[in-house]
Design a protein around this ligand. Structure first.
Ligand code: HEM
Length: 450
């Protein structure tokens, strides 16, 4: 056990052996949200901290409404994806085009997520797309800068940062766009017994909201917080995948063969289709293992002094985390053995297909967490959007990989990731070359393009 000193806080790194005892401890004892609030410097970046501290409306809605609806969302995600690819990918039919792939993936993810979050009209509104993307950028920048200042100076420092003011102008813009929609929907529901409610995350939050959680301004703010939690995390994963497959081009064919075989077998994107893409799932997990979004995860703040079974005591207020990146590089934590420094994208697929271990079939998936795989967190406060993220990423990759070839420009290799404190990002300035390819299988072409 050791402490690391971040610019703004001391974080205790605890051993992996404790994670199973801690994973399901209730918020009253151990708080994931208190850690998020500290990490986000939320008194400045969110402002109304009680929105997230005293209510879990968006987490509840993700778990109770979004995840169970995943199978039914594929047609609208796919529809928006075809449109998003036309808008976000430059023309490259005749020749290779250079792109900053991270810009492309942010654009695509923001658009298709918005289709599910706010419905078919607002998701094509460039003002909404700009607001949801730039809210995250401004908030991230403000958080990083404010972490450099002692708490006493933050009230002054925040007001000197243009990014701080941008957070609140993005929030006002979101409220101006979302609040009238909420009011219209409520009025329609109250006045028309045959009113059919829209099937989007905004509506699910409206339905799920308890008294005190239902003010339109707060729902709009939450909608931005869900964008914050989802757009950049998901698009970074797609960018890492593209960087990794360009570094290991021998994997294009096996992944494409799997897509063709699964789509032909199912005749389209049916409910189980994306789960059948085991090689792609394994590639994603390996890519995340070596390029995690955070080097330390499972961050929690102890609310009441806590004594574990082995006598270890954490005083109230302790902020701890697991060294999730170091764990990913520990040979003892690598399922199936092997060298953790080697990029072996099908290592998890092989484990799942091992007929002598039928219990493995549903383990080691991209979206599953365990004490050795902590990049979505773990336990009751693990990322509630990870199943949606996994589906969305696979759908995007099926379309991108079947319709485009990718490679690095001559002489360029995988760009190093950028790091700031515990956060790590794919280099947004690296260029990838992209070229349209024909989808030769007619069944797959109809499914993807239809
Ligand atoms: C590859 C993409 C993603 C990654 C790597 C990721 C990672 C994480 C991690 C590490 C946490 C903290 C978990 C913990 O402390 O145990 C988290 C929390 C969270 N994630 Fe994700 N996430 C992703 C996508 C998404 C998406 C798509 C959504 C929404 C649709 C989402 C919504 C959230 C929310 C709301 C929380 C805070 C949970 C709370 O309220 O306690 N995430 N995520």
């Amino acid at each position: 056990m050791f402490k690391i000193r971040r610019n703004d806080a001391e974080v205790l790194i605890i051993p992996r052996k404790h994670v199973d005892e801690l994973r399901d401890m209730p918020e009253t004892k151990l708080s994931a949200m208190d850690a998020h609030i500290k990490n986000m410097v939320a008194h400045y970046t969110i402002g109304n901290v009680s929105l997230v501290r005293d209510s879990d409306l968006h987490r509840r809605t993700l778990q109770k409404k979004l995840t169970p609806a995943l199978g039914t969302l594929i047609p609208s995600l796919k529809d928006e994806l075809n449109y998003a690819m036309q808008v976000e990918i430059p023309s490259c039919d005749k020749d290779w085009a250079g792109v900053h792939i991270n810009d492309v993936t942010i654009g695509i993810v923001a658009r298709i997520s918005a289709r599910v979050f706010v419905g078919p009209d607002l998701c094509r509104d460039t003002k909404w797309l700009h607001t949801s993307i730039h809210f995250t950028k401004s908030l991230g920048m403000t958080r990083n800068l404010l972490r450099l200042f002692p708490a006493a100076l933050r009230p002054v420092a925040a007001r000197l940062l243009p990014s701080y003011w941008r957070i609140y102008s993005n929030l006002s813009a979101a409220q101006r766009m979302i609040c009238p929609i909420i009011r219209e929907r409520r009025a329609a529901e109250a006045s028309n017994p045959d009113y059919e409610k829209p099937n989007d995350f905004l509506q699910w939050m409206m339905d799920e909201a308890r008294p005190g959680e239902d003010h339109p301004n707060d729902i709009a703010h939450r909608q931005l917080l869900v964008s914050l939690a989802s757009i950049h995390t998901t698009s970074m994963q797609v960018s890492h995948f593209i960087y990794d497959i360009c570094s290991h081009p021998e994997y294009f064919e096996p992944i494409r063969e799997e897509i063709v075989s699964v789509l032909r077998e199912d005749g389209g994107f049916k409910k189980p289709t994306l789960n059948k893409l085991r090689k792609m799932d394994s590639f994603l997990k390996e890519s995340q293992r070596l390029n995690p979004p955070l080097t330390m995860s499972f961050q929690r703040v102890v609310r009441k002094t806590l004594t574990l079974k082995d006598g270890t005591t954490f005083p109230a207020g302790t902020h701890f985390a697991m060294a999730s990146d170091a764990i990913s590089h520990d040979p003892a934590c690598l399922p199936g053995g092997g060298d953790p420094e080697v990029f072996d994208p099908f290592r998890y697929a092989r484990l799942r297909e091992d007929k002598s271990r039928p219990e493995n079939a549903n383990r080691y998936q991209f979206a599953t967490t365990d004490s050795a795989s902590l990049h979505f967190g773990h336990g009751i406060f693990a990322c509630p959007g990870r199943f949606f993220a996994s589906n969305e990423i696979k759908l995007i990759l099926c379309h991108l990989l079947m319709q485009y070839d990718f490679k690095f420009p001559d002489g360029q290799s995988r760009p190093d990731n950028l790091c700031y404190e515990e956060a790590s990002y794919p280099d947004p300035t690296a260029t990838v070359l992209i070229h349209k390819r024909p989808v030769s299988d007619p069944v797959v072409a109809r499914i993807l393009l239809g």
